[in-house]
Design a protein around this ligand. Sequence first.
Ligand SMILES: Nc1ncnc2c1ncn2[C@@H]1O[C@H](COP(=O)(O)OP(=O)(O)OP(=O)(O)O)[C@@H](O)[C@H]1O
Ligand SMILES: [Mg+2]
Length: 279
Amino acid sequence: MEQIEQLKEQLKKQEKLASLGMLSAGIAHEIQNPLNFVINFSKMSDKLLNDLIDIIEDNEDKLPEADREDLNDIVADLKENLSKIAAHGERAISIIRGILLVSRGKDDEYIPSDVCHIVKEYVWLSYHAMRANYKNFNISIHEQYEEGMPMMMVVPQDLSRAVLNVMNNACYAVWHKSQMVPEGYLPEVSIKVGLTPNPIAKGEETFFISVADNGEGMTEEVKQRLFENFFTTKPVGQGTGLGMSITRDIIENKHGGKITFDSHLGEGTTFTFFVPVRK
Ligand SMILES: Nc1ncnc2c1ncn2[C@@H]1O[C@H](COP(=O)(O)OP(=O)(O)OP(=O)(O)O)[C@@H](O)[C@H]1O
Ligand SMILES: [Mg+2]
């Protein structure tokens, strides 16, 4: 009975999440249009400013020295402001594209994706969610993304879910340890993404995503049961024990990849996804 109750609770939560996903997709879509206006008008204003500069230069001799200097300063400031408006607008647009990709992508749709970008976005999403939910959450994050990686065929909303799961676990492991051994302990999570020279299948290019934490590590029992449905060591309400089984399904069954892990009790855990590059 208790388990049925728990399952009901989980279902309720998942329904809420699904409608939250739809809501955020709707909002993201609505915000995209006005943001495009902001960016386009700032670019247009920049062009107008260039015309203005031409006119000023043509009439330079008609202006007193002091006014000319003031004008140049003002024009320079305006140019800088406009480029900031455009740059931050683009940043907001790219965040919104990320949200739309995740909440709108069709099931099992493989699309060419910037894996580093996806990982980065979800690493920070997890970080901020943990910060909001756990008190004294203070950890450092190290990131290492291989440059110039080609676009990869993946199911973005699934891959991001897998990243979110292991990142949440890593953050929890370091946070939980920091609550136990506060003295001199520096909680850290390191993320690496790149191509690997050791492909999981011959002739197939493979990329990897690794998430390493210096958290509490796992006991032998936990290592054995890690991928079981509903296996969790977390208190009620903080874990459902589905994260790793979903993650394995995504990486191994959907993407034909492999998950490995290395964990030492009291020292930390590293999870690595190896995924063959689909062409
Ligand atoms: N990085 C880690 N460090 C230490 N223990 C871990 C780590 N990742 C997973 N575990 C252990 O594996 C268990 C199962 O993980 P899993 O992600 O499947 O479930 P969960 O995190 O407990 O719940 P959720 O369904 O919310 O993810 C965790 O409860 C924890 O004991
Ligand atoms: Mg988890």
